[in-house]
Design a protein around this ligand. Structure first.
Ligand SMILES: [Zn+2]
Ligand SMILES: [Zn+2]
Length: 258
């Protein structure tokens, strides 16, 4: 079964651009068998999951957490059901330790989204896996992140990190056995009994849409006079390489229009 272990909705993620029901419908339409809702620093209650699941039979809906750790490192936590153990801006090391102390797992999400080099403080933490491909990871970084996982001897996971319906379906993990709940999910992640998959039919339009959104935001900034790629990268994320070329293209376009 295919599971996307990293999705957001507008219920608890301010950046979410789909309702929980839209998320569930899009996940089913893209052939996913399951999703794990990982809002930023907030965990859905058991009742909320039960309610959404009842409206979407046939879709496994589990819950996790995406912790915004210090220095803009994001960590996905699964299997720890008490979200109050975590808080925004806590050191990444503590997030991993607490996840493990409570029987959960910690996955490093989009490692280079806001970082040019691997932060020494984070790169050697005992993560259970690394998210190396998603709609929020620039394709330019896929090879480096794959190398990172290989060098750390850690398995890779691919997720959508979907904030909108178009993002769902392109990146997921094939689970060789179906988890029934979060405890099962943890067992499977620990035993590495899954295979990350890219599904181009869904991934390509999702990436095109992502890049268009980034280009539009850059154009707004450039028109407002902000052309520093470093500044824009810190706000938008992705890769400095892409932001650089997008800013250059945008400057040419704005110049021509004059
Ligand atoms: Zn978000
Ligand atoms: Zn996310």
């Amino acid at each position: 079964m295919l599971i996307d272990m990293h999705v957001h909705t507008d219920r608890y993620s301010a950046c979410g651009r789909m309702t929980p029901d839209e998320m569930a419908e899009a996940a089913k339409a893209a052939g996913l068998a399951g999703v794990v809702i990982t809002e930023h620093n907030v965990m859905w209650s058991e009742e909320e999951i039960a309610e959404l699941s009842a409206r979407h039979p046939g879709l496994l809906i589990l819950r996790g957490l995406e912790v915004s750790a210090a220095n803009r490192h994001d960590i996905l936590v699964y299997g720890v059901m008490d979200a109050s153990l975590f808080h925004k801006d806590m050191p990444a090391r503590e997030v991993v330790e607490i996840a493990h102390q409570h029987g959960g797992v910690a996955v490093w999400a989009h490692p280079m989204r806001y970082h040019r080099m691997m932060d020494e403080e984070v790169v050697n933490l005992p993560f259970d896996a690394i998210e190396t491909q998603s709609v929020n990871i620039d394709e330019l970084h896929y090879p480096a992140l794959h190398e990172l996982a290989v060098s750390r001897k850690l398995p890779e996971v691919y997720n959508s990190d979907g904030h909108d319906t178009i993002s769902l379906g392109g990146y997921a993990n094939y689970f060789h056995q179906a988890p029934q709940n979060e405890a099962d999910l943890v067992k499977i992640i620990k035993s590495r009994a899954y295979t990350p998959l890219v599904r181009p039919f869904w991934a390509e339009p999702a990436m095109a849409y992502r890049n268009k959104r980034v280009a539009d935001r850059i154009e707004q900034w450039v028109r407002a006079g902000q052309t520093d790629p470093e500044y824009l990268w810190k706000r938008i994320g992705g890769s400095i390489e892409r932001i650089n070329s997008m800013v250059a293209a945008c400057l040419t376009k704005v110049e021509k229009a004059k």
